[in-house]
Design a binder for this molecule. Structure first.
Ligand code: COI
Length: 383
């Protein structure tokens, strides 16, 4: 089946594409998997881990310099064929996103802030000199993908469909320069909690040895290299019994940055403090949602540099009330312990704090349609 998707995006996108040129609709070719190709879905109530199984279909779209995006297709989830010289394999020109769709009690499916993810993907694309996508068209095509695989959206409490758009440089060439060809694709996975702890507090290792990103680098965009760079520290932290690493700034190794899979928040003296978006941390969509909810609740939010010493002394004088992370995969993840330079501090007696719990309940409540959505964050699968 072939259908048309999307229209010209906003004026800004049209301008980015080359100055007000009228954008035509793009053809989306849909080739559903044959019945014998369909995979077994996880059973009702089966506990889902994160990102281990994938739905029946995927979305692909190719870019060629001079031609733009083309060959927008939904087909069976399958392996790719890539030239061994494909540029993504050598120089890491790769970006990705992560967003979720949720099924309500009444069966209807909603996405949480999906266009914000696609807009952020364009920020990543611009930083890595990759081709920007048309947000409206891509969103329309992604929606068709979820429509086709809607039975994969979990019915279990706390389950959701994690949607992973990604883009790779596919030109077969070894020069270090922007690729002239890209493959954009979207795969989907029914998921449960990201951390094995679920909503139970995680133990975090503050790294003073390794760094994740430096201002002026790519720490503020979603590219695979940031995650590759984090793995060694995470493996070492896990061997010591910690779930994740909290990164400090790369220059002074003093200011808190992010956890790598989530942004970090501290509740100190009733105020919520989180590192500012100063160029080396990811502008998380859950981070932004937390800030907006906290402000709705009249909690003072400070986006400002916070040093690890300030965190430790706030712990010592009793003003550090809670620490938690926020991310699409992690949702809200309370931090129960922080290790830094030979010292471990236990937070809130290792239990989830009241604000973490309230944010978790509120975010999920909004996402599953059990609470009002005052900021218009949800987009329905079916109009
Ligand atoms: C997300 O929260 O969506 C992420 O991309 C973090 C991680 C799974 C890499």
């Amino acid at each position: 089946m072939v259908m048309s998707v999307g229209k010209a995006g906003n004026k800004k996108q049209a301008a980015r594409r080359g100055g007000g040129k009228k954008e035509t609709e793009m053809e989306l070719k849909i080739t559903p998997a044959r019945p014998e190709e369909l995979k077994a879905k996880p059973g009702q109530g089966e506990s889902l881990s994160f990102g281990k199984i994938f739905t029946d279909h995927m979305l692909t779209m190719r870019y060629t310099q001079g031609r733009g995006w083309h060959d927008l297709e939904i087909g069976r989830y399958r392996d790719f064929s890539l030239a061994p010289s494909a540029m993504c394999l050598h120089y890491g020109q790769e970006i990705f996103e992560g967003l979720k769709a949720y099924r309500r009690q009444d069966g209807r499916i909603f996405f949480f802030r999906p266009k914000d993810n696609l807009r952020r993907m364009n920020v990543s694309a611009a930083r890595l000199c990759m081709a920007e996508i048309d947000v409206a068209q891509t969103w329309a095509a992604m929606r068709e993908l979820v429509l086709l695989d809607q039975d994969w959206v979990p019915r279990s409490p706390g389950g959701s469909l994690y949607i992973r758009p990604a883009m790779i440089a596919t030109e077969a060439a070894l020069g270090v320069k922007p690729s002239r060809e890209y493959l954009f694709f979207v795969i989907m996975s029914p998921v449960g909690a990201y951390y094995p702890e679920g909503f139970n507090p995680v133990k975090i290792y503050v790294s003073d040895q390794y760094v994740r990103a430096v201002r002026g680098g790519v720490g503020n965009v979603k590219t695979g290299g940031n995650y590759a760079a984090s793995i060694k520290a995470a493996v070492e932290a896990q061997a010591l019994g910690y779930t994740q690493v909290l990164w400090l700034d790369a220059i002074e190794r003093r200011y808190v940055e992010e956890v790598g899979t989530m942004n970090i928040f501290f509740k100190i003296n009733g105020q919520l403090v989180t590192p500012p978006l100063a160029g080396s941390i990811l502008p998380g969509i859950t981070r932004d949602s937390v800030i907006r909810l906290a402000k709705d609740w009249k909690i003072e939010v400070q986006e400002r540099p916070i040093s690890i010493d300030e965190v430790l002394s706030a712990n010592d004088d009793g003003s550090l009330e809670e620490v938690f992370g926020a991310g699409t995969a992690a949702v809200i993840s309370p931090v129960g312990a922080l290790y830094y330079k030979g010292r471990t501090i236990t937070l809130n007696q290792g239990r989830a704090g009241a604000l973490s719990q309230r944010l978790f309940d509120s975010l999920l409540g909004i996402q599953y349609g059990e609470l009002p959505d005052p900021h218009g964050w949800l987009m329905p699968l079916a109009e």
